[in-house]
Design a protein around this ligand. Structure first.
Ligand code: HEC
Ligand code: HEC
Length: 349
């Protein structure tokens, strides 16, 4: 009874609104068109994979790379694989403030997701790795990562595992001795280059105007209007530039960071690079707490508010933050089915 009364009431309200010539839908068709045109310009289409001239993607490399991603036997204590700190089920981040590597060693920064990361200008918060291949190679000898004493030692370990030489041979058919650290990096890199996660936002960018709800569209609008998109643009919502964290106020004021990281300065030694970090991608950001390079902030709501304050000098209202949050949630995408299936590792003997 009550339900049908409500329907009658809503219908008469609609009629009234119609007669009064008021558009009952807050974002009308024209407004959505404008928003869509702007968004297409700022973000651009997400590719289906992220190619590289130096490391062309082949199915054989991707298959090997996925296996190597889970391989712990090449780490110094036999417990560390990429998947330990970038588990697929957790959107390829580990949920820790700072990751723990071989023999319980603490990493200096928070582990970002590797989903879509191949699309960034460099790897790591301070950009001290060229690309995903360079990153994968250096992880082998990274003291808080795999901790191997040398690439040769890692190569020996891989060659001793009987199942690997044939798999490397298949992925690198031209090479006489394919089991190398460089090919480890190329295989893992090729796998990472397939980890693109299209989401509801991409459906919207392709023209499905109803793919986003009203609050999500308002959030997108606010994200562009307040200036977030000045840094978080591109199909990945950045990973394309370095910027100071804490332009208008020191970031430590709101993040409760335990220590202050000098950022890219440690790479370049340029005074202007102090507290400069790579602008992180925001795809799947809802799923990759805690936030910032030091994992010092637990909630995405707070991370958004802090960004407004220290990057833009704006005190965002609760409504604005809620809308941006709703928009950022539309960036949670589909992890490729293949990547979610954990592979069988080749036998040692
Ligand atoms: C012990 C934990 C740990 C292991 C093991 C590990 N990573 Fe990471 N990864 C991290 C941390 C922490 C960072 C951030 C480092 C920094 O910026 O200082 C990172 C950064 C990255 C990045 C850069 C992402 C970006 O947005 O800049 C990529 C790509 C990546 N890792 C891939 C891999 C791959 C592939 C492997 C295996 C070969 C691997 N990682 C092994 C913890 C780990
Ligand atoms: C001037 C450039 C700039 C602007 C403007 C900017 N950001 Fe950022 N953003 C960054 C940088 C740099 C970081 C990395 C901070 C760090 O070192 O942890 C970041 C980090 C983030 C993070 C944390 C991501 C993660 O994975 O830890 C979120 C969320 C975020 N920004 C959202 C926003 C929102 C929302 C706005 C607008 C209110 C905004 N940003 C405006 C540069 C910017």
């Amino acid at each position: 009874m009550i339900g049908s009364k409500r329907v009658v009431f809503s219908l008469s309200m609609l009629l009234l609104v119609f007669l009064a010539g008021v558009n009952p839908w807050p974002a009308g068709a024209d407004e959505t068109d404008t928003l869509l045109t702007q968004a297409k310009r700022v973000f651009g289409p997400l590719p289906s994979a992220i190619p590289s001239q130096r490391n062309p993607i082949t199915p054989e490399k991707v298959a090997l790379g996925k296996i190597l991603y889970y391989e712990t036997r090449i780490s110094v204590d036999g417990t560390v694989s990429c998947a330990r700190c970038h588990p697929m089920g957790l959107y390829a981040a580990d949920g820790l403030r700072k990751s723990i590597g071989n023999n319980g060693k603490l990493n200096p920064r928070n582990a970002p997701t590797i989903l879509n990361a191949a699309g960034e200008i460099s790897a790591h918060w301070i950009g001290n790795r060229l690309d995903v291949e360079d990153q994968a190679k250096q992880a082998i000898m990274g003291p808080p990562s795999f901790g191997m004493p040398s690439y040769e030692a890692a190569e020996r370990k891989l060659r001793e595992i009987k199942g690997y030489p044939p798999l490397f041979q298949k992925a690198f058919p031209e090479e006489k001795e394919p089991v190398t650290a460089d090919n480890f990096a190329k295989a893992v890199g090729a796998f990472e280059r397939t980890l693109v996660t299209p989401s509801r936002f991409d459906a919207f960018l392709k023209g499905a105007k109803t793919a986003l709800t009203e609050p999500e569209k308002r959030g997108l609008q606010t994200f562009m209007q307040t200036g977030c998109a000045g840094c978080h643009s591109s199909p990945y919502l950045s990973g394309q530039m370095y910027q100071k964290f804490g332009i208008l106020e020191p970031y430590g004021k709101y993040t409760k960071s335990a220590d202050i990281d000098e950022g890219r300065y440690t790479v370049t030694k340029n005074e202007t690079d102090k507290y400069v970090f790579k602008v992180p991608i925001l795809r799947n950001v809802e799923k990759t707490a805690p936030y910032f390079h030091d994992g010092s902030v637990d909630h995405l709501y707070d991370a958004i508010w802090i960004m407004g304050k220290v990057q833009l000098g704006k005190e965002l209202t609760k409504a604005q933050v809620d809308d941006i949050l709703a928009f950022l949630r539309t960036l949670t995408g589909n992890i490729p089915e293949n990547a979610l299936q954990i592979p069988l590792l080749p036998p040692s003997e």
